[in-house]
Design a binder for this molecule. Structure first.
Ligand SMILES: Cc1cc2nc3c(=O)[nH]c(=O)nc-3n(C[C@H](O)[C@H](O)[C@H](O)COP(=O)(O)OP(=O)(O)OC[C@H]3O[C@@H](n4cnc5c(N)ncnc54)[C@H](O)[C@@H]3O)c2cc1C
Ligand code: SF4
Length: 338
């Protein structure tokens, strides 16, 4: 049994004041990840700051033609928002590939970005885990690591970031807006999540007393040529073994701009400008897609059980780029569950 205080914040300033006064306090939004972690004794906050009554539930057009998504917008509402469906179908598709209808109704935009790894050793408090208990060791490196990372790993941790939404946000070059005791700041999405290095206990560059207020998308949404391809053990309700988000800008058969990122393979969505650069100005052929895939995966390294992710990732990139180039994204089309 964990004893904790509960506070419901009625203003962002309230939430920040309480978080600053208690270094073991945690914000709670939908609770779909945090409560599970508390039940497993992985997270032990001394105080929960309920942020669900804060005014962070709007989806608004920005003056520059983009979209600002409040941190408390539920995943379902975001995926079915008319502007997201029309202008950012890659984002809608990635969200709908995740979890279940009921979970997406509860899960918030900010909570999705901050969800923690699904490494089962992280959840199992009887095993060593550097992310849960720094310095205790990593059970996955020589353990069962089928779900684990092949890129950007360290000797301390080989966990993956499990979010689908974040892979699309990486390709869309989103910005995360945060507020903290010393004011507001914005973090480019690619700089938000960290690689494990020697401090795998830190998933992101957000401080404990900072709150995500919004995620902003620039105008470019790749609505014509996009794909979110998720490969997993079951067709639904499973985390990605490998996923690929793609946005292409084409002039006839020639690629003007290519963006693609892999999910399920690293501590953060994995995007590589060198791989994307290989496609610029090139015809959309399997040969060029294969070269780009090889470039993105050039430093990939398996740990035994997850070696299969390297050829799987290569094939997934080629298939996703092909689907996007053909304008056949094969998006998810789940109906919203009330
Ligand atoms: C069975 C199951 C299957 C799932 N499958 C998938 C899947 O396939 N793909 C996928 O992407 N996800 C999946 N998820 C994860 C789900 O998407 C996340 O649990 C959800 O997005 C978290 O959002 P939340 O609002 O419930 O976060 P919470 O659980 O409320 O919070 C998560 C973390 O974020 C922090 N936090 C929340 N909001 C803020 C904020 N605004 N500012 C600062 N900190 C904040 C909390 O302190 C906490 O540390 C699955 C979850 C479950 C339980
Ligand atoms: S991979 Fe990371 S999260 Fe998993 S056991 Fe190792 S240190 Fe812990």
């Amino acid at each position: 049994m964990i004893n904790f205080e509960y506070t419901r914040a009625s203003a962002i300033s309230d939430a920040l004041r309480v978080a600053s006064s208690d270094p073991n306090a945690k914000f709670i939004a939908g609770g779909t990840n945090l409560i599970d972690l508390m039940k497993q004794n992985v997270e032990k906050p001394t105080r929960l700051i309920d942020i669900t009554h804060l005014p962070l539930k709007e989806v608004e057009d920005t003056p520059s033609g983009g979209l600002k998504i409040g941190a408390l917008v539920p995943n379902s509402d975001l995926a079915y928002h008319p502007t997201v469906e029309a202008r950012y179908p890659l984002l809608a598709s990635a969200i709908l590939a995740g979890a279940s209808g009921q979970l997406r109704n509860m899960a918030s935009t900010g909570g999705n970005v901050l969800q923690r790894t699904r490494c089962f050793y992280f959840y199992d408090t009887t095993t060593p885990c550097n992310k849960r208990k720094p310095g205790s060791g990593c059970s996955a490196i020589r353990g069962i690591n089928r779900q684990h990372a092949i890129l950007g790993t360290s000797d301390a941790c080989i966990a993956t970031h499990p979010s689908d939404m974040c892979v699309a946000l990486t390709v869309l070059e989103a910005t995360v807006h945060v507020a903290g005791p010393s004011g507001e700041r914005s973090i480019a999405f690619t700089d938000f999540h960290r690689l494990p290095g020697t401090t795998p206990e830190h998933d992101t560059n957000l401080q404990q007393d900072e709150i995500i207020t919004a995620v902003e998308l620039p105008a470019k949404g790749f609505a014509e040529r996009y794909t979110y391809l998720k490969l997993r053990d079951r067709l639904s309700y499973a985390f990605a073994l490998v996923s690929v988000a793609v946005g292409l800008d084409m002039d006839g058969d020639t690629i003007k701009e290519a963006r693609f990122a892999l999910g399920g393979v690293a501590h953060k969505p994995w995007r590589d400008p060198l791989a994307e650069g290989l496609l610029q100005g090139q015809p959309a052929t399997e040969e060029h897609f294969a070269k780009a895939a090889d470039m993105l995966l050039r430093d990939a390294q398996g740990h035994g059980h997850n070696d299969f992710k390297i050829p799987l990732g290569r094939k997934a990139i080629i298939r996703a780029l092909t689907q996007a180039a053909n304008g056949t994204p094969q998006s998810q089309s789940d109906k919203k569950i009330a």
